[in-house]
Design a protein around this ligand. Structure first.
Ligand SMILES: [Zn+2]
Length: 189
C-alpha cells in the first residue's frame, strides 16, 4: 500500500444526527413540562398526580431523543460509507465508495430551516437505498464529499462506459451492464 493510500484511509468522518433534528421532541417536551407545572401550581391533589404523570412522559421523551441520537453513528472513509444503528452496533450497513451509484439529499421543511437533511446512498448492486444518514448537518457538503471520494476512486482504476455511463474497470473488454464491446481500442486510454 502506498503512502497516498494510507493517508486516504485515515481520512475518517464520523457523524451523528444533529440535536436540531429532534426539535419535534423538544417541542413535546416543553408542552408536557409546561402542563406538569400548571398541574403542580394547582392546589388539588388529583392534579398533582396528573402533573407527575406528565413529568414522567416528558422524561421518557427526553430519554428517547437522547438514545435515538446517540445510537446512530455515521462514518465516511475513503473506502466506504456506513451507518450504525443501535447501542453496541446492533445493525451496521455499509456501501463501498466504489459501489455507490447515487447520493441523494432529502430535506423536510423543518430540516431545511435548520440546515439539516437526510443523505441517502444507493449502490450499483441493488439500485435501492442501502445507507441513510438521518438529520445530519450540511447534507449537501456530505454529498459533495462522498462524490469527490467516488470520483477519485473512479479515476484511479475505472472508466465510464461511453454507452450506458456506468463505471467499469479500466481494462474491461466488455461492459457488464450494457455488453458494449471494447475491441482493442485501448491505445487511447
Ligand atoms: Zn455499458
Amino acid at each position: 500500500m502506498t503512502k497516498a493510500n494510507r493517508k486516504r484511509d485515515s481520512e475518517i468522518i464520523v457523524m451523528h444526527p444533529s440535536w436540531l433534528n429532534y426539535s419535534g421532541h423538544v417541542f413535546l417536551l416543553i408542552v408536557f413540562v409546561a402542563g406538569a407545572i400548571v398541574c403542580f401550581l394547582n392546589e388539588r391533589e388529583v392534579l398533582t398526580v396528573v402533573g407527575g404523570i406528565l413529568m414522567l412522559i416528558a422524561v421518557i421523551i427526553l430519554i428517547h431523543a437522547v438514545l435515538r441520537r446517540l445510537s446512530r453513528r455515521y462514518t465516511i472513509t475513503s473506502d466506504a460509507v456506513s451507518s450504525r444503528v443501535g447501542i453496541g452496533g446492533r445493525s451496521e450497513k455499509e456501501i463501498r465508495i466504489s459501489d455507490i451509484r447515487q447520493v441523494e439529499v432529502r430535506q423536510g421543511m423543518w430540516q431545511r430551516i435548520f440546515g439539516l437533511g437526510n443523505v441517502l446512498f444507493a449502490s450499483a448492486a441493488t439500485g435501492g437505498i442501502e445507507v441513510t444518514f438521518e438529520g445530519v448537518r450540511n447534507p449537501t457538503g456530505v454529498k459533495t464529499k462522498v462524490n469527490a471520494l467516488r470520483d477519485a476512486l473512479a479515476v484511479a482504476d475505472k472508466k465510464r462506459c461511453p454507452q450506458c455511463g456506468e463505471f467499469i474497470w479500466k481494462d474491461a473488454k466488455v461492459c457488464p451492464h450494457c455488453h458494449l464491446t471494447f475491441a482493442s481500442e485501448q491505445e487511447g486510454q
